[in-house]
Write a protein that binds this ligand. Structure first.
Ligand code: ZN
Length: 271
């Protein structure tokens, strides 16, 4: 599943191409035809994200004029010069030059502003949002007995963080993934939050997740670059049994709540 920086890039691209412009909205596949017709020909106001949710607001004169999208595991939103749709396109947003095509989303529905606010209120704080409130996250973390590694993946606590950022931020801050939220020091929490804000902004800028510090890049260490479809230079994610880039001991892998967790027990002792 894409992490928050991917959704943020989709919102940016949507705004670059279509914001404040009258657009054609359709459902080539037909499953969203009735709703698409309500938006067709209206002005796309602005796209924004909250965690892994994308909200595209239109100036349509109907109460539910915000398109809420969650890609889920297999959904994708692609941008291309205007041409005939290919495959099962649930929603197409287009002008006379470009088309954005949504395929296979987990969620695709029209919501009112009130419904959008209710949806985002159920989500945690998104490190990519300028209006994020880390104090609200700290309150949730501090009163929880769940491991910090589980809390980081909980979209109702940290919105937009996925498995890669979770593993990497804990490594970079030297934090034991099993540390219960209630035992995490405030300074450690603040460091996690600040690092997520930093790393995820880089992810938006570069379109990939890189987390290694300058002294641990392939060039600095004289090692071959990482080859992985997920891209990016990372410390522990999907590096099980390989030497830790800092201490040289093998990176560990375990299952936590059905998701693989990667960490270095030697480097991550902080609580
Ligand atoms: Zn290590």
């Amino acid at each position: 599943m894409p992490e928050g920086h991917v959704i943020h890039r989709l919102a940016n691209r949507t705004n670059e191409l279509f914001a404040a412009e009258a657009v054609a909205v359709s459902s080539p596949q037909g499953r969203f035809a009735e709703s698409a017709a309500l938006l067709d020909g209206t002005t796309l106001d602005r796209a924004e994200t909250w965690g892994k949710h994308l909200f595209v607001a239109f100036d349509a004169d109907v109460p539910a004029n915000i398109l809420q999208i969650h890609l889920g595991l297999i959904g994708r939103l692609t941008f291309a010069p205007l041409a005939e749709p290919v495959g099962q396109v649930r929603v197409r947003i287009a002008d006379d030059r470009w088309a954005a095509d949504l395929h296979g989303p987990q969620t695709c529905r029209l919501v009112t502003a009130t419904e959008r606010d209710a949806a985002t209120a159920r989500l945690g704080e998104d490190p990519l949002r300028a209006d994020a409130d880390p104090q609200r996250v700290w309150t949730r973390v501090h009163r929880s007995s769940r491991p910090i590694a589980a809390l980081l993946m909980d979209q109702a606590v940290f919105a937009g963080v996925g498995n890669i950022y979770r593993a990497e931020v804990l490594f970079r801050q030297g934090i034991d993934p099993a540390c219960p939220g209630s035992e995490l020091e405030r300074a450690r929490f603040d460091a996690i939050w600040a690092d997520l804000v930093h790393l995820m902004a880089l992810g938006v800028r570069d379109g990939r997740i890189d987390t290694v510090r300058p002294e641990h890049t392939p060039e600095a260490m004289g090692r071959p670059p990482r080859v992985d479809a997920h891209g990016g230079e990372v410390y522990v994610y999907r590096r099980a049994d390989r030497p830790c880039l800092v201490c040289g001991r093998p990176v560990h892998e375990t299952d936590l709540g059905g998701r693989h967790l990667f960490w270095c027990p030697a480097c991550q002792r902080g609580r």
